[in-house]
Design a protein around this ligand. Sequence first.
Ligand code: PLP
Length: 426
Amino acid sequence: MRALSDLSANELAEAELNIQEQYDGYKNRKLKLDMSRGKPSPEQLDLSMPMLDTVQSSGLLNAADGTDLRNYGGIDGIPEAKALFARLLEVDSKEIIVGGNSSLNLMHDTIARAMIHGVYGSETPWGKLTVVKFLCPSPGYDRHFAICELFNIEMIVIDMLDDGPDMDTIERLVREDDSIKGIWCVPKYSNPEGITYSDEIVDRLAAMPAKAADFRIFWDDAYMVHHLTDRPDPLKNMLAACKAAGNADRVFVFASTSKITFPGSGVAVMAASVANVGYIRKQLSIQTIGPDKINQLRHVRFFPDLEQIAAHMNRHAAIIKPKFDTVLNKLETELGGKQLASWKKPGGGYFISLNTLDGCAQAVISLAAEAGVTLTQAGATYPYGKDPNDRNIRIAPTFPSLEELETAIEVLCLCIQLVSIRKLRA
Ligand code: PLP
């Protein structure tokens, strides 16, 4: 396969005509395909339907310690849910708060509380400072960035490298600037690149000197069990690393069962040092008398141990791995060797991240939309929705059918070629 940049002017013009014709063919089909959001497919959701039968009106709704789960209470979770999540996150039960149905909600509220009250050990509530900044490894998760925007937290883009964020820059900034109060991290099968942080990155984040004594790592372990292969990426335990470095209070770990059982009806969890958890629990007890404990019971009955979760996630992988393969194979056959785009092959998670030539992503996404293929908005993977190179496209392959995916990626590849050729010819 020849790179487009090697083609003569005539050859380029001919290629453009040919690709335009193919694109028009798809456009005339009035497609309606959506690859924009990382949602499980209906077949994946079916896997968790038996969970709904674990709680019945005729059965007991008591926790192991006898608590009647139909009633108020249990501010930080039922004991067996805490125990399950403690094993999953490799922390102590005392370091766990089981929340409601959404980890994003926990993250949002953690920031909101930090702005209003500060975090454990803060001298001043973050919101009382003239400026608060967060480091945002990018491309990253748009909803993290949206939380920062909502609270007027200034975001600093940090480049993602192959084994995690650019630590040299992070260490320098955090050492020098006490208005930097936090960093967003999706440490395993990151959204969108599927990168897992190396041990070295975990250790450096845990140990780096921070000018702000109340600096926090927001460790969003959303995809901790979402493997696509039978050789899961290892991830070093961040809370343990922080403790070992003498910075036990530095990290807030978040996770949920949203993409294990049901998004919207899963169980979210937070892990942190006992001091952090105590501080947060006190504030939570003003906000609520307790979370949905019956849903926690459903989950612990459905997943009595980690092996059940692993088996369940294998069933998810059996459904979505062929979808990831379809996208990757199509990208390779349509774009391989043309030097118009690069992409990563993730070992887990929910996304494939693709980079076009600089300055092309927005145009590609618009062109795909005109042909009925919806992709995540251009720039969404960067703070303020601004991709400095206008090149990142996030592909979410889990929801569409295999057939829909094939077509959608064909259209995407045509759009990438068309936009790149137009750019080369301009
Ligand atoms: N964190 C990341 C990195 C995600 O990609 C998502 C969903 O796409 C979430 C959090 C949302 O989690 P939850 O459903 O628990 O709010």
